[in-house]
Design a protein around this ligand. Structure first.
Ligand SMILES: NC(=O)c1ccc[n+]([C@@H]2O[C@H](COP(=O)([O-])OP(=O)(O)OC[C@H]3O[C@@H](n4cnc5c(N)ncnc54)[C@H](OP(=O)(O)O)[C@@H]3O)[C@@H](O)[C@H]2O)c1
Length: 338
């Protein structure tokens, strides 16, 4: 069968993967089963922790797998028995002849599925549309490689990099399109984190809301860090989502505790003190900056001291995405070489 057929099936598998949730401990995975002529005979995707993996979901749609079938899957089939059985064994039992996948599984226990199917006499072809699949699952891949949650640091600032005015007000720095975009992204993460300073200054709800104000179905865990007491009446303690107050300044400790709880993606919403410390410690995997066409001047910069005293110590970033949102600009950036 030609490589174009595998690429085209992989493109479809990548689309299917997006039908599953982005939040939760598991990756988004899609699978297409082709018959010996290269025609699609089944499709599947992973619908969240505890449910069948994409390969098993696709196989379940077939009474019998015909001879010469190929499974095209966005991630190397898993090799371990978690809440569901290993996909490598399911593919062997189903009698597929070939497994085509995009990205190797970096997991210490889940990886190695390709070797298992090869040992059973199944042909494997790796790295098909690998870059696209890596980008799609960058949160899960990074978190599993680093064994801590993926950290997105988000802020909204004026063009001159201020996150608040001198009187500490910061509401509506960015426009409605930016806020809608940021709430949609929030609805796809596991936890949203701020310092006590932000709760005391702004009394935010920290929920993921649609433009009409109603809540998205999935609400991230709300995490507040810092030693200050918080009023029980703070809106972050309302019943719209779960909240934990971690009375610590240890960011490594916070990430380790959240990872233990199955948090794969943390969205750090500030404020400047907490944001700077994440950046200073090299714990930011992705910066998301909503830049508004306003000037505020003054002392309330989005990022405070990073310990950089001269240009050679500057943190160098790459802009990986730039998008116009109404009057604002969204910049997604990563640390160079990271
Ligand atoms: N534009 C935006 O995107 C945006 C977003 C958020 C906030 N803001 C603005 O930011 C301002 C609040 O700034 P902020 O810097 O005070 O807020 P913050 O970063 O949310 O809170 C700072 C507090 O967090 C605690 N903390 C937890 N871990 C820490 C660590 N590793 N290092 C240092 N402190 C740690 C400390 O409080 P304890 O004494 O309790 O330990 C510290 O005083 C407000 O004006 C708000 O409107 C703007």
């Amino acid at each position: 069968m030609s490589h174009e057929i595998y690429e085209s099936a992989m493109r479809r598998a990548l689309e299917l993967a997006l039908l599953g949730p982005a939040w939760g401990v598991n990756p988004q995975v899609g699978c297409v089963i082709l018959n010996a002529d290269g025609q699609t005979i089944a499709e599947g995707w992973h619908k969240g922790a505890g449910t069948p993996h994409a390969e098993v979901d696709a196989l379940s749609k077939l009474d019998q797998v015909p001879a010469g079938a190929t499974a095209v899957v966005t991630l190397e089939p898993c090799n371990h028995t978690g809440r569901t059985g290993p996909c490598a064994q399911a593919l062997i039992a189903a009698g597929v002849s070939r497994v085509v996948y995009a990205v190797s599984d970096p997991g210490a226990t889940s990886g190695g599925g390709a070797q298992t199917v090869q040992d059973a006499g199944i042909e494997t072809i790796a790295h098909v549309l690998e870059n696209e699949a890596r980008e799609q699952n960058r949160v899960w891949l990074t978190a599993n490689t680093r064994q801590r949650p993926f950290v997105t640091l988000k802020w909204a600032s004026s063009l001159d990099g201020r996150a608040a005015a001198n009187d500490r007000t910061s509401k509506w720095i960015s426009g409605p399109e930016s806020r809608a975009d940021s709430h949609l992204r929030r609805s796809n993460v596991d936890a949203i984190l701020v310092g006590t300073g932000t709760v005391l200054a702004d009394d935010p709800e920290l929920t993921a809301r649609k433009p009409d104000g109603t809540l998205y179905e999935h609400q991230p865990l709300r995490v507040v860090i810092g030693e200050s007491e918080l009023p029980a009446s703070a809106r972050v303690f309302n019943s719209d989502a779960e909240t934990v107050h971690l009375r610590t300044h240890s960011l490594h400790g916070v990430l380790a505790a959240l990872w233990q709880e199955g948090v794969k993606h943390v969205w750090v919403e500030g404020g400047p003190t907490v944001a700077s410390n994440f950046a200073r410690l090299g714990l930011v995997d992705e910066y998301l900056v909503y830049l508004a066409p306003t000037l505020l001047g003054g002392a309330r910069t989005a990022i405070a001291d990073l310990g950089v005293t001269t240009m050679t110590e500057a943190k160098s970033l790459d802009f990986v995405e730039i998008k116009q949102l109404g009057a604002d600009i969204l910049i997604r950036a990563t640390e160079r070489g990271n």
